[in-house]
Structures are given as C-alpha cells and as structure tokens.
Design a protein around this ligand. Structure first.
Ligand SMILES: Cc1ncc(COP(=O)(O)O)c(C=O)c1O
Length: 909
C-alpha cells in the first residue's frame, strides 16, 4: 500500500496512511494559505488543497462541521488572512491533539469572542482537569439532520463530574461507519440508530472489495437487518468497541436475539438520551478500570507500618540515608510507597489470586480474546516453561521449531517431553531462518501416525511471529494439524506479537484470533458438510502424500480447541520489563487446571514485583482504549521507514529494508502479494495475503541490510548505539532488525534517516578520498558479508543412546536424559573446535554428541542440543561464526561432548 496516498479522487479507503497523511494534508493547506495571504500564490491552490481533505474529515469530530463551514466561508469570502489564521490553528490542534483538552480549539476566533458558550462543547474546558477524551460514532439515517439534534441533546447531558469527555461523529451509511471505525482511532463507542443505508455516497472501491470478505452477502440485500450486521462487523474489526443500538422495534426481543450478542445495550429509541450517555460512560469506565493498579495506588496512600521482610517498602531507609538517597530521588517516592510483600490489605496474591489480581486477569482475558489470562512477572521465558510443565508429561512428544526461544528447549528438559524438531526454511543469504512450513509439521504428524505413535504427541509449539517477523497462518496450521490429531494442544509463542490483537489485519493470524475463528467454525453446520465432502474425495485410506498435498479439514465434531499463547507484554505494550502473560483458550482447561497451577507454583517467584503486576494491568487498559490507534501508528511508521530508506537516492545505495518478497519466498505467498510498498498495492491485497498466504511479514519488524554498506550486524548495531544513541533489536551477519512499536513517533523516523544519511555520506567520502585501495577493500568486505555466508545447519539427529523410546523413522529424542547425563563428569569429554581431533572424529567416529545447548548470539537458537549428533555442517558453521557470545561453549576447552557408552552403561546398572 502506498502511504502517501493520492486522495484527489476523494476516496475514503486509503487506510493505514490515514493519521499521518491527514496531518500532512492540513500542513499543506497551511503552507498554501500562507502563500495566498502574502500574495505569493493564488486562491486556487488553497481551494485544491482544501478539497484534498475530502470526506475523511467527516469521520472525525474535530474540526467538525462548524469549523469546516467557517473555513469554507472564509475561503469563499476571499478572507485570506482569516482563513490562514483559522487553518493554522486547526492544523496545529490536529497535530498536537490539543483539541482533546482545549475548548478554545473548537471555535473560530470570532465566535469565541462573541458567545463561547453556544459554540464550545460544554465540557471541554481549558481550566478543567485533563480528562480522557474519546469519540462516539453515531450511525443514523440522514445523519446530518437527525444526528445534529441527537448530538445537541447528548451534549446537554454532560456534567463536570463525568470521568471522561467525548464528542460525536455522525455518519449515515454502513460503509461510512466501517470507514470511520477504521480511520478514526479516537472512536471508542458506537451508537447505531436504525434506518441507515448500506452504500456510502463517497467512492470506496478498495473498501468494497475488502467488505466482500468481511460482511455477509445478505447485508447488501434490501431487507437486510443492517443494524445487527453492522454491530457484528464493527466488533470483528475492533472487538474493544462498545456498540449501542437505539431501536424503535420491540427492544425486548432484539436484546434476546443471539445475533445481538455484540451489542452492549439495546435501548428504546425514544427513551431519554441520558440512559445512552450514562451507558457510554460506564462502558468506557469498564475498560478504564485497572483493579490491581487502582488498589496499589490506594495502598500507597495509606500510612502503613511494615514488619515484613521488605525494608525498601515505604522508602524510609532510602530517603533518610546519606548514601542511597539518590536512588529515592531518581525513582520517586511512589515506587517505595507501592512496594509491599503483603497479599492482603487491598493487594492480592499473584500465585493464588482471589481479589483484584483475579479481576485484572479476567479483564486481560477479555481484552486479548482468551478464556483465561495469567500474569507472569519473570518474562515469557517463564511463561513458556509454565505451559510446558502444565501440558507435557515425561515421554510426551512435542513438535517444536528448532529455532524457537531457548525457554522451550529448557522447558522440555524440565518436563521430560521429547522434542521432535522441525526446521524453518533457511534464509541463508541473511544468515537467518524463516518459519516452519506447514508441510514439515504435517509430515511429522503423519510419520508418527504411520508408526502408530500419534497418541504420544501432545503439543505443537511454534513462534508467531518469529523474531524477524514471519507470521504463521495460525488458523490453517491448527486446522490441518487437528485434521490429523483432533485433540492436539498448541502453544504459540507470541512474545513479540501481543500487540497484534489490536490490529484487524493481524488479529486473525494471532493464536487467540484463530482459536476463536475455529471455535465458531465448529458450530457452523456447513463445516460438517465440508468435512464429509473432503472425506469422500480422499477415500477410505488416503496416502500420506495425498494428505500432505491436501488442505485438510478437521472433523468439527471431534476437534478440541486447545490453544495457549504466551506474550511478552513488555516487548510490545506498556508493561515494565519482564511483564508477560499466558493466554488460554482451551475447552479442556478444567482437566489441566490443577497441573497448570502447579506449574505456576513451580516457576513463579513467591515475591512478585507489585509494579510489574500493576503495569500489566495498565498495559491492558491502554490497549483496550487506544491500542487500535497506537498499533496503526506503529504500522504507519514502519511503512514510512521502509519507503524512505528504500527510495532515498543515497541511503538506498548502501542500505535496504527487506520487503515481504525478500523475507518470504514466493512459494509461501500464494496470493501473489509482493510487498506493502509495491506499486498499486492496496489494503485489499494485504487483507487477501493475510487471509491466504502461508506466511506473511509483520510490517513493524524491519530487516535492514547493512552488509551492503560494509558493516556486519553486530558492528552496525554498536555504531548506532555508541555514536548515535539509536538502539535496535537483533542482528544477523549482514543485517540488523529495526522494530517500530506503539512508542515511536515521526521524529524517530527523521532521526534514523538523518543518521543513515550521515553514515552514507561518510562512506562516500571515504571511498572517494581513499582511492582504488579503499574501494577494493570495501568491495571485498561487502562480498564477504553478502556472499561468503555460511550455510545454516539444520537439526541433525539425536544419538541412538537417546532414542531408545523413539519411533523407527521419526526423529524425536530423549533430551532430558542427555541433559542430565552431562552432570556426570566421567560421562563427558571435550574436543577443541579447531583441532585435528575434531576432524578425525567427524571422519572416523565415534560420533560426537553434544552435552549441552550451544547457542550463538546471533542467530540466537541452539545449533546443538543435548544428545544431538554433531555433524560436519554444524562444525563448519561454528568455525565460520565470528560472534563473541556463544552460550554453552568454552573456547579454551572446546566442545563439551557426551560419552554415550559411559552414560548407557551407568543407566543399565
Ligand atoms: C520468541 C521468544 N520467546 C520468548 C522470549 C523470552 O521472553 P522474555 O524476554 O519476556 O523472557 C523471547 C525473548 O527474546 C523470544 O524472542
């Protein structure tokens, strides 16, 4: 999708570029009107720029019809000075968002002077305490007339004691309502008045093609129940929205209609609008409430004496100290007042919550679309281990991405599960891996089935999205696996992807989004028919090849939806470091609930940090109230970075951000999607790709190739951090990973570009001044980084000594025995990586068997696991590795190996 959308055709469906493009358009008018008022340009340019704003402004409460009318009047009346003054003020208010808090922004200067009370929204007062602001969408027939009256009535109901302030946006069609909800992130509630039409009076070809998938065909029929269809469509796009319906039908029967489940309240249309006003505020309050954090604040205000073992609580020993007072001054008194090891007196126990933590977790479950949410204060490293322990018993097989985070591997060692490693597709030229093709997971399951060992498989465990941004087709993966084994449990490590819940494009590809789609599919009568039809086509005993080649449909009557998601709330939302959650959507959770609690008891600290728990609560509140806009902004920023770097004449000579086509091989992009920025790409192609393709790219994760500028990833990361104070994510041999998040602003983009330009200029200068010697050295360095890349080693196999319980042809292994075998020094030996002995062992044996995990950073996944046979491929990779940090490898002693003969002899004894 092009982010600098050309909107001269006044289309309303250039999503994703909206907030920034809108601000740019207002700034353009300011420039044009200044030129007009100083006589440097004519009025026609201003008129054209004003027309550029198009109908998009109709979807925002500010500036609203009053101010837009005033602007139009000044323009038509040739009042260049008045127009310029007003347009400057409106533009500044949009960019700074001051209109949310300053009533003066809402009037024209003349009106404010004349009669402010008539013009200003009564509760937006500059002197009042700053209250959270939101907008309510009103969908009503003949919006402009009907809603003007309604809006005026609702405004009269505002009271100073209201906790929040809202303004209203009125639209009159189904399509406009959808556009407004997508484009305007301030919308937090929707009121639907019956009788509106379906089609927008504005052009929206892309929206229409997208709605073709989103909205059932019946919506376009004359007799469609548009109100219910709109409510459901809005909830699918933005589940956090509160939807109200004002009807003059029999509201009792409407309220009881199962199709009305997505409506928060049905009201009789001619009832007092006060009911609506109070319901809207109460709906926001429900999301605003943070039970644990609210109590923590209350707790901090109380004069409490502590005789617990937590001397830092209340801060007396800090603030009275001559020596550590600066710590208190740095962090502030509240940190200490809110510290406690108590689980009573308004606080709660994280390990056995019964009060406000329990409520906060329930609210998190609601926000993230789960049945249960559990707060974890030791990061997703711990969340993953909890799920492994809760679900996997010793001997159970887990199909696992070999490149997943180490917490999964260690989780299996502890739980005694047997990993069956599946490999992701390699991206050798960038020294990184992609994601695991579904065919590999299916093949693993079908092989186990062929061996009669399917009953041993407990869980499929994958990382979504991967560190580098590969997003799985979660629904398809689960459906096809469930077609082979209907009671499989899925663990999706969404450490990086928690925010995705709040993007309508990304949500269907999250674990919870897919789990709820499968849950709904199971109950659709058409599903059984589809399943039976496929069974007929497959015949009674289909071959494994046929099953591999078919998009399998599970039996909806047998499927158990058992999905676990872990995410590092701290990685993509406003939680403090280590704040993480486990989300559960498991129809059989009751069967594992007690063991799940055991797993929590095993891994959770008995002294969890209050501030962390509080921040998880607050992160949830923020995402439910403004997550949609924040995520939209993060995506918009990433698209801007991608576009600016890849199109800048000098920067693009040395650097490139890889697009979807660079990150996902064509065979996994069946829809033909190329990239967000490919010419002609619209929202519709992006939606189709998210729906159909095996892998998609998370746009917020940007692989910046720096090898072409002569830097290896680690070196470039250090340069940016040490010289320019720019911190970034992971590195590979020739790339670094940039990540945009809800915290980024357009200034960050400007800073990044400025720095890249400076670096490019210095490379150019060096090459010019250094002559051919420097140029040859640079070319050689680039070649070495970009073409002399080591092949990535796939998982080899477990040594037979650790496969005694395994299938004949399936590659699972008993990693736990190997891991603990290494505790016995007599069962271990060392071989130096670069020595002759290593080559001899590779040639002649006995096989070298890794005693532990060996994890180089980068790439950050274990190239050896306990019990794995070390092959030539792995040794070559390790020898070429030029990274400093390799966990599990001591250079001086060499590779730590197991002596399987000693270990098995001992185990027989
Ligand atoms: C995929 C994945 N899972 C889990 C983790 C661990 O998360 P945390 O740092 O919250 O413990 C990481 C950390 O980088 C990760 O990349």
């Amino acid at each position: 999708m092009t982010t600098k959308a050309k909107t001269s055709d006044h289309r309303i469906d250039h999503f994703f570029s909206m907030p920034a493009a809108r601000a740019d358009r207002w700034r353009d008018i300011v420039g044009a009107s200044r030129a007009w008022s100083s006589g440097r340009s004519d009025k026609a340019t201003v008129e054209a720029a004003f027309a550029e704003l198009g109908p998009i402004e109709e979807f925002h409460a500010f500036p609203g019809p009053g101010l837009m009318g005033a602007l139009r009047e000044k323009l038509q009346g040739d009042n260049a000075v008045g127009f310029t003054e007003l347009v400057r003020r409106v533009s500044a208010a949009i960019v700074t968002r001051d209109f949310k808090y300053d009533a003066a922004e809402w009037g024209t200067a003349d009106e404010v002077a004349d009669s402010p009370a008539d013009v200003l929204p009564p509760t937006l007062g500059g002197r009042e305490a700053r209250r959270p602001y939101f907008e309510m969408l009103m969908v009503a027939p003949g919006a402009t007339t009907h809603a003007v009256y309604q809006i005026a009535e609702m405004r009269k109901l505002r009271r100073p004691e209201d906790a929040f302030i809202y303004e209203m946006v009125a639209v009159e069609s189904f399509e406009d309502a959808i556009c407004a909800a997508i484009i305007n992130p301030y919308i937090a509630a929707v009121t639907i008045f019956e009788g509106f039409t379906y089609t927008s009076r504005h052009p929206a070809p892309v929206l229409r093609s997208v709605l073709a998938n989103l909205v059932p065909e019946e919506a376009r029929r004359e007799d469609a129940d548009l109100s219910l269809l709109l409510a459901n469509s809005l909830k699918r796009l933005r589940p956090e929205l509160d939807v109200y319906l004002l009807s003059d039908r029999r509201v009792e029967s409407l309220a009881g209609d199962p199709r009305a489940a997505s409506i928060r309240r049905v009201l009789y249309a001619i009832e007092e609008p006060l009911e609506l006003h109070l319901s809207v505020l109460e709906g926001i309050q429900r999301r605003f409430e943070t039970p644990f954090f609210d109590n923590l604040k209350k707790y901090a205000r109380r004069p409490i004496s502590t005789f617990h073992a937590l001397p830092i609580a209340r801060g007396k020993s800090v603030f009275k100290s001559d020596w550590i007072r600066d710590m208190g001054e740095f962090y502030g008194i509240n940190l200490f007042l809110a510290e406690s090891s108590a689980t009573t007196g308004g606080l709660d126990s994280l390990l056995e919550p019964t009060g406000n933590i329990k409520r906060s977790q329930e609210m998190a479950a609601r926000a993230f679309g789960a049945d249960h949410a559990f707060f974890v204060t030791n990061g997703t490293s711990t969340s993953n281990k909890m799920v492994h322990q809760a679900i996997v018993a010793p001997g159970d097989i887990v199909i696992l991405d070999r490149n997943c985070h180490k917490s999964h591997h260690y989780g299996l060692v502890l739980a005694g599960g047997q990993p069956l490693y599946v490999d992701a597709f390699p991206m050798t030229e960038y020294s990184m891996y992609g994601a695991v093709p579904l065919a590999s997971v299916k093949k693993a399951l079908l092989d186990l089935k062929a061996e009669g060992r399917l009953d041993r498989v407990k869980m499929v465990d994958l990382t979504n999205c991967t560190f580098d941004g590969h997003i799985y087709n979660t629904r398809r993966v689960m459906e096809e696996c469930l077609a082979i084994k209907p009671d499989l449990v899925f663990l999706w490590d969404e450490a990086w992807f928690g925010f995705a819940r709040f993007s309508p494009i990304l949500r269907p590809r999250t674990a919870m989004g897919a789990a709820s789609a499968i849950g709904a599919w199971i109950h659709d009568p058409a599903s059984i028919k589809a399943y039976e039809k496929q069974q007929d086509e497959l015949g009674s005993d289909p071959s494994a090849d046929k099953l591999l080649a078919t998009r399998l449909i599970p039996d909806p009557r047998k499927v158990r939806v058992r999905v676990y998601q872990t995410h590092s709330t701290h990685k993509s939302m406003s939680a403090l470091r280590q704040g993480s959650m486990v989300l559960v959507k498991d129809v059989d959770f009751h069967t594992v609930e007690s063991q799940f609690h055991e797993a929590v008891f095993t891994h959770a600290s008995t002294s969890p940090n209050q501030q962390l728990i509080g921040s998880l609560d607050v992160a949830r509140r923020q995402m439910e109230l403004e997550g949609y806009g924040l995520v939209l902004n993060a995506i918009e920023i990433s698209l801007s970075i991608r576009r600016e770097i890849n199109s800048h004449p000098l920067i693009s000579k040395y650097f490139k951000v890889l697009g979807a086509d660079g990150m996902v091989p064509a065979e996994y992009r069946n829809s033909g999607f190329v990239d967000f920025l490919a010419p002609g790409t619209t929202w519709a192609e992006q939606v189709r790709s998210m729906h159909e393709d095996e892998f998609c790219l998370d746009p917020t994760r940007m692989t910046l190739v720096c090898g072409t500028a002569g830097f290896d990833g680690t070196e470039f990361k250090a340069l940016l951090a040490n010289t320019y104070d720019i911190q970034l994510n992971k590195t590979s041999r020739n790339s670094v990973l940039l990540q945009s998040n809800i915290n980024n602003t357009r200034s960050d983009i400007a800073q990044l570009l400025r720095v890249l330009l400076e670096i490019c200029n210095s490379i150019e200068a060096r090459l010019v001044h250094g002559g051919s010697g420097e140029q040859d050295a640079f070319a050689a360095r680039v070649k070495s980084l970009m073409t002399d890349v080591p092949d990535l080693p796939n998982f080899s196999h477990f040594h037979e000594a650790f496969r005694q319980d395994a299938g004949r042809s399936t590659p699972e292994g008993d990693m736990r025995t190997a891991f603990y075998g290494a505790y016995d020094a007599a069962g271990c030996e060392y071989v130096t990586l670069h020595g002759e002995e290593c080559d001899r062992r590779l040639r002649e044996g006995p096989e070298m068997v890794s005693a532990n995990f060996v994890i180089p950073y980068p790439p950050g996944f274990p190239i050896m696991v306990p019990g794995q046979v070390i092959t030539q491929e792995t040794i070559e990779f390790m020898r070429k590795l030029d990274v400093k940090e390799i966990h599990g490898y001591e250079k001086a002693r060499g590779l730590k190996l197991l002596r399987p003969d000693v270990i098995s002899a001992k185990s027989k004894r």
